[in-house]
Ligand binder design. Structure first.
Ligand code: G3P
Ligand code: MG
Length: 251
């Protein structure tokens, strides 16, 4: 039998949009199922409704993931509730509304789940979004169980300024030069690269700078194993059940 490799730091399993491999993404159902599957954390996407309420959904439009059409920013949170986010998997699930961030916080507030809030403000800026989300985090006392991320690094810089105690990561899906130095210089704790923008050298350089890696979207078993063996901080996956088994098998 082959000996297990030395393995000291266990990677955290983050459910990407909840347990989105089997349940409608970014719904309370997908979040509950991710927790049941044993994830350590949940990644979700946030936009602002017309009336300035943080809502959990991936795209700028509701067309792909619900039975409705149009842009999120043109509907109030109350209007958005009419659309069925279960419709992305037709005929399989009962009605599932687009959750507000507050409903999600109610679900996880008494658990140990860490939430990676991805601010989806790269296309529409949603002025004031950071302040609204931060206020809600304060209301639920979740400051130490949140990681902010965004492809909009200006927004992450603003979060750092508004609330330095919350951990942050830069999202990207390209081969950045000196990514560890970039993260360190800008005061964030994590980088959030796509799994295909990494190799041994990049991982080692980032770790040398004291920066953690939360890698997405890791659905392939051998990639999960490779990254867990490299002791990246987090694996963001659509299959938290499989990822849990793999990470645990290396412990
Ligand atoms: O946060 C990781 C990942 O979710 C980034 O891309 O498009 O799935 O939100 P996307
Ligand atoms: Mg995301």
């Amino acid at each position: 039998m082959m000996e297990k490799e030395a393995y000291t730091v266990m990677s955290k399993v983050f459910a990407h949009r909840g347990f989105s491999g089997q349940y409608p993404e970014n719904t309370l159902l997908a979040f509950r199922k991710a927790i049941e599957a044993g994830c350590d954390g949940i990644e979700l996407d946030v936009h602002l409704s017309k009336d300035g309420i943080p809502v959990v959904i991936h795209d700028e439009r509701i067309d792909r993931t619900t039975d409705g059409t149009g842009e999120i920013r043109n509907y109030t949170a109350e209007e958005l509730r009419r659309f069925d986010a279960g419709a992305i998997m037709p005929g399989r699930f009962a009605f599932e509304p687009i959750p507000t961030l507050e409903e999600y916080f109610t679900l996880v507030k008494d658990s140990s789940i860490v939430t990676n809030i991805e601010l989806k403000n790269g296309v529409f800026r949603y002025e004031g979004m950071e302040e609204k989300v931060i206020q809600m985090i304060h209301n639920y006392h979740l400051e130490d169980r949140i990681i902010f991320s965004s492809f909009n690094h200006e927004s992450i810089a603003l979060c750092r300024q508004l609330i330095p105690e919350i951990r942050c990561g830069f999202l990207y899906d390209c081969w950045l030069l000196h990514s560890g130095t970039y993260a360190k210089t800008n005061g964030v704790q994590y980088l959030h690269p796509s799994f295909y923008s990494l190799n041994d050298q990049v991982i080692e350089e980032v770790h040398r700078e004291g920066i953690g890696l939360n890698v997405w979207t890791v659905n392939n078993e051998s990639v999960m194993r490779y990254l867990a063996q490299k002791q990246v901080h987090g694996l963001i996956t659509n299959y938290p059940d499989l990822c849990r088994r793999i990470v645990d098998s290396l412990a």
